[in-house]
Write a protein that binds this ligand. Structure first.
Ligand code: KIV
Length: 313
């Protein structure tokens, strides 16, 4: 185990060789960096970090270390993902689809997002928890956006918020940032605008839309967003954005040349049975596994096999 606790001269170089005195890391993060005799170019920056912060995420981009993000909506799943070392848990408004069974993300409410977020926060020891501002909770004006953000931060204990859009929501982003809340942007396919797009197909294939996306990415960085999600856009465009902006770009269906990846956990675990877009890699087929387990339980109860003599008092 690397030794932690530093700040005397000889301890001021982090595991990746960054001089932590020159970073804008808060004092507490400096304390989490290991001693120089453990320094190694191939060591992971985030491996020794006890608590992910927006600053650590930024330094991962600077060191070329990929950021991992998955969605979480409840305590039990969040515990598993946090123990697996996932850097960011996104309480996505995709909860509207995968948890509540709605066709779109539009119906989920601010109260419901706060319920999901507070369950996730209770589970997490290390990951950064980012919460989606749901549809209708920020588009009205910047005051509504700030009020919704404050409710999420106060009532759930989350660490940052995410919202969809670029120049159209500039004022809201400014106001949220000026209240001291970290903001993650989201461009490309923005599911809250599904009725404007009409389909869930790849965005920004056309030159004009690609140019607008590049401008919006730059704007989000200039405003002070700490990271940016790019959803379902051509890989070459996502790579261009990731090269142009200094903030971490996290892709979903945006190819490999970005700074990190995000997936909806229920999709990558195969719990959502029929959703199989090209960009998705399924690590398990849990729908089938869980169906079989439930069927076995039913058979065991009916046959009298469960509970047996060891499973009673
Ligand atoms: O709500 C969500 O799950 C998301 C991800 C797809 C990025 O926004």
């Amino acid at each position: 185990m690397p030794k932690v606790g530093l700040l005397p001269e000889e301890f001021q170089r982090g595991p990746s060789g960054i001089d932590v005195r020159k970073t804008n890391f808060p004092f507490v993060e400096k304390l989490l960096y290991c001693a120089p005799n453990q320094t190694n170019k191939h060591m992971s920056i985030n491996k020794d970090v006890k608590r992910m912060t927006t600053h650590v995420i930024q330094s991962m981009k600077e060191q070329g270390e990929k950021v991992t993000m998955l969605t979480a909506y409840d305590y039990s799943m969040a515990r598993i993902l946090d123990e697996a070392g996932i850097d960011i848990l996104l309480v996505g408004d995709s909860a509207s689809n995968v948890m509540a069974g709605h066709e779109t993300t539009l119906p989920i409410t601010l109260d419901q997002m706060i319920y999901h977020a507070s369950s996730v926060v209770r589970a997490v020891k290390r990951a950064l928890v980012v919460v989606d501002l749901p549809f209708g909770s920020y588009q009205g004006n910047s005051r509504i956006a700030l009020e919704s953000t404050i409710r999420i931060m106060k009532e759930s204990g989350a660490h940052a918020i995410k919202l969809e859009g670029g120049a159209e929501i500039e004022e809201s982003i400014r106001r949220i940032l000026s209240a001291g809340v970290p903001v993650m942007g989201h461009l490309g396919l923005t599911p809250q605008s599904i009725y404007k797009f009409g389909t869930y197909t790849v965005r920004a294939r056309e030159e004009a839309e690609a140019a607008k996306l590049l401008e919006d990415a730059q704007l989000l960085q200039d405003l002070g967003c700490f990271a940016l999600v790019l959803e379902k856009i051509p890989a070459h465009l996502a790579a261009k954005v990731a090269q142009r902006v200094d903030i971490p770009v996290i892709g979903i269906g945006a190819g490999p040349e970005v700074d990190g990846q995000v997936l909806v956990t229920h999709d990558m675990l195969g719990i959502t049975k029929d959703f199989k877009p090209r960009f998705l890699r399924r690590y398990l087929e849990l729908f089938e596994e869980m169906r079989k387990a439930a069927q076995q339980y039913k058979e065991d109860v009916r046959s009298g096999d469960f509970p047996n003599e060891k499973e009673q008092y």
